[in-house]
Structure formats: C-alpha cells, structure tokens
Design a protein around this ligand. Structure first.
Ligand code: GDD
Ligand code: MG
Length: 364
C-alpha cells in the first residue's frame, strides 16, 4: 500500500490516563512509556506519525507528567519538536485536547491530528488527513472493526461515510465499527471546546457535534489495530512488533522470533521465540523456555522455567521449574520453584512467592 506523506502537520498526543487496567506495570510507569518491543511504547507512535510528515507534537500529560519529558525531551532525537501541556487534575479527553491546543501554532482552518496514546495502528494517517481536508469535515475519525464493541466507542456511519451517532461503551452496540482513537480535527473545532473544564470528547464533544449538524466523517479501514490497555493486549502488541506483524520504524533491530537488548544473556540452550522481547542485561538460562513474552531489564529466567505470553518486570526472578502463562510479574518480584501461575494472575512488585513443593500421596 502506498502511504500518503503530508505537508507539515501538528499533532496532540493524549497520554494523561492512569492505565489502571495495566497495574501493577503502571504503578511506576505510565502506560505509554512501558517497554514495548525494546523501546517505550510511544516511540512506535512517534516514529509512525513522523513518517507521515508530523513534525510537531504536543503531549497532553497528567499522570506522572514529568516522566514523559524525561523520556523524550525536546524530541530532537526523534526528528520531532515536542511540547508538554500538563493538567494539574485530569481534564478528560476533550479538556486535555483543548488544553494542549494552547501550544499549537497552526491557524483555525488547519487540520490537527489527535492520537490516543495507547494505540498501535497500521492505517494510512496521510490518507485520513487528505479525506478530512477534501471533505471539509469538522472532525474525521479513524474507525476499525472489533469483535466486542462494548468496550469502545461504537460509531455508525451512513453510506457516504458520515458519522450518524457516537455511543461510548454502550451495552447495545449497533455496529462492530468503533472509534480507533485517531482523529483529525479542524483547529477551530478544538477551540470551541470549553477551556479549563472536564470534558469527554467521546461522551460530549462528538455527540454534540453530530447533534448540531456538523460534518463528522468516518475513515474506516482494516489495517492492523490494537489498543494496548490490558495486559494481554500489551503483550500481544510487543509480540506483533517483534515478529514484524506491524512494521515500526522504532523497532531497535530487524523483526524476528525474539529481540534482545544490549547486555542481555540468552543461553544458546534456551528456547526463546514467538516475538519475545528480552530486556537489557536480562538473563535467560539454558533449558528455559520463553515464548511471546516481555522480559524486563535485569530480570532472570532460571534454567527450566517456562514463560509464555507473560510480562516479567524489571529485576524480577523466575526460578527453575516455575511455569507462567498469561501473567504479569511486577518489578523485583521473585517466583520460587514449582509455582504455576495462569491466566490473568498478577504478582505485585517485590512480592516473593516461596517454593511451591507439590506433594503426592505416594511421597508420604
Ligand atoms: N491528558 C489526558 N487527560 N489524557 C487522558 C485523560 C485525561 O484526563 N483521560 C484519558 N486520557 C488518555 C489516555 O492516556 C489514553 O491515551 C487516551 O486518552 C484514551 O483513554 P483510555 O483510558 O485508553 O480510553 P479507552 O481505551 O477506554 O477508550 C478510548 O479509546 C478507544 C480506542 O482504543 C475511547 O476513545 C474509545 O471511544 C475508543 O474506542
Ligand atoms: Mg485505551
């Protein structure tokens, strides 16, 4: 697919959420900064936006705001110019967009890209902007199809692609087509949102625009799309990037079965595959099996442990004979020998799970 480059375009990145569904990973690190395929999650979004001609991005921050400027600075290392606008108390998605717009330099008729900070998407941002401009829309929403629309903004359109309603997290969705979290706003429409107030773009701004007869367009496509808001989705996102299922200019090495950051020691006698990311200085001993997982910096997977579709936090240790499947192990936690943790278990940072000795009646 030919992707459409853009003339200079400004963007707002929404990164103020608390990422509660990703606890304990987000206790110390905001969701958009979690290491994903070897780099902070946002690095993938920033590199992709840049590849479409975005040069200036305003971060709308709130939760742990200072960590974003520490990670990305003025953006020059990424070929971008970055600004940070922080809400003392979170203003909701609409209030955050309005607040961040104070730092935009473009005029009232210019298109502005707005991105949720937890989305991996392969769609053609340039084409979305081109459609918005050609259609002279107030807002153009990227739309994608999912199996369970109840967890998202449900967005029906008419045959011409005009959005007819916006139903945020409705128990009765009328279509599987949902808001994919990437908008093009005409700048003056952002300026019409009340300043300094808590506003939800999904529950107030979009329904209000539609009711008032403003032109809200849908840009529907079927490219790769994922919201990384849950542990399982976060792990899938990292895995898909490492495997090359979604191309990212920010991937630190060519796609493959696994990637290992500098200083990692992966035994040639270990089996590591399925898009696993191995953090810096992490150790995977001989006989360990790690598949489709995210291993934090300095963690240790001891000989004979089995780790599948899981996150192992920074400096955590997984002992010989432990089995992890679909679990999150917090930073510095220790999983003792013999423990088997399954579907959805989460171990909080620093927790020590002692050896789990299984005794069979024949042992007695
Ligand atoms: N600055 C700021 N302030 N950012 C915020 C705030 C806030 O008060 N509240 C949320 N955000 C940011 C989050 O950090 C995230 O990047 C984005 O706004 C969306 O918030 P989520 O908490 O991830 O929302 P969601 O996933 O439940 O739903 C949203 O995304 C779906 C697509 O993934 C909605 O936009 C849905 O309509 C959409 O379908
Ligand atoms: Mg989300």
């Amino acid at each position: 697919m030919m992707e459409t480059p853009l003339p200079e375009l400004e963007a707002i990145l929404l990164v103020g959420g608390q990422g509660t569904r990703l606890r304990p990973l987000t206790l110390g690190t905001p969701k958009p900064l979690l290491p994903t395929a070897g780099v902070p999650f946002l690095a993938h979004q920033l590199a992709r936006a840049r590849s479409f001609g975005v040069r200036r991005i305003v971060f709308a921050t709130s939760y742990r705001a200072e960590m974003f400027s520490e990670a990305f600075g003025d953006g020059s290392a990424f070929g971008l110019s970055l600004e940070y606008m922080t809400e003392e108390t979170p203003l909701g998605t609409g209030g955050a967009i309005r607040n961040a717009a104070e730092a935009l330099t473009c005029g009232p008729d210019a298109p502005v890209l707005v991105l949720n900070g937890d989305i991996l998407s392969g769609h053609d941002i340039g084409d979305q902007v081109a459609r918005h401009v050609a259609g002279q829309a107030a807002v153009t929403l990227h739309l994608t199809e999912v199996e369970d629309p109840t967890r998202f903004g449900c967005v029906p359109t008419d045959d011409a692609g005009r959005v007819t309603a916006f139903l945020e997290k409705t128990p009765n969705p009328v279509t599987n087509r949902i808001n994919a979290g990437c908008y093009v706003f005409t700048r003056s429409v952002i300026d019409s949102i009340s300043a300094g107030e808590i506003v939800s773009v999904e529950r107030e701004t979009f329904p209000g625009l539609i009711d008032s007869g403003a032109l809200v367009l849908g840009y529907a496509d079927a490219s790769y799309w994922l919201d990384v808001g849950t542990p399982a989705a976060f792990i899938k996102g990292s895995r898909d990037l490492v495997l090359g299922r979604l191309a990212s200019p920010a991937l630190p090495c060519p796609p493959g079965e696994f990637l290992a950051l500098p200083g990692a020691k992966v035994s040639t006698e270990a089996k590591v595959d399925g898009g696993t990311a191995v953090g810096a200085r992490a150790v995977v001993e001989s006989g360990a099996q790690v598949s489709g997982s995210v291993l934090g910096d300095d963690c240790v997977i001891h000989s004979g442990a089995v780790v599948t579709d899981s996150v192992v936090g920074i400096g955590a240790r997984v002992a010989s004979g432990a089995v992890l499947r679909d679990v999150v192990i917090g930073d510095g936690a220790i999983v003792g020998p013999g423990n088997e943790l399954m579907a959805g278990s989460r171990v909080w940072p620093g927790v020590v799970l002692p050896e789990c000795a299984v005794r069979f009646s024949s042992d007695v």
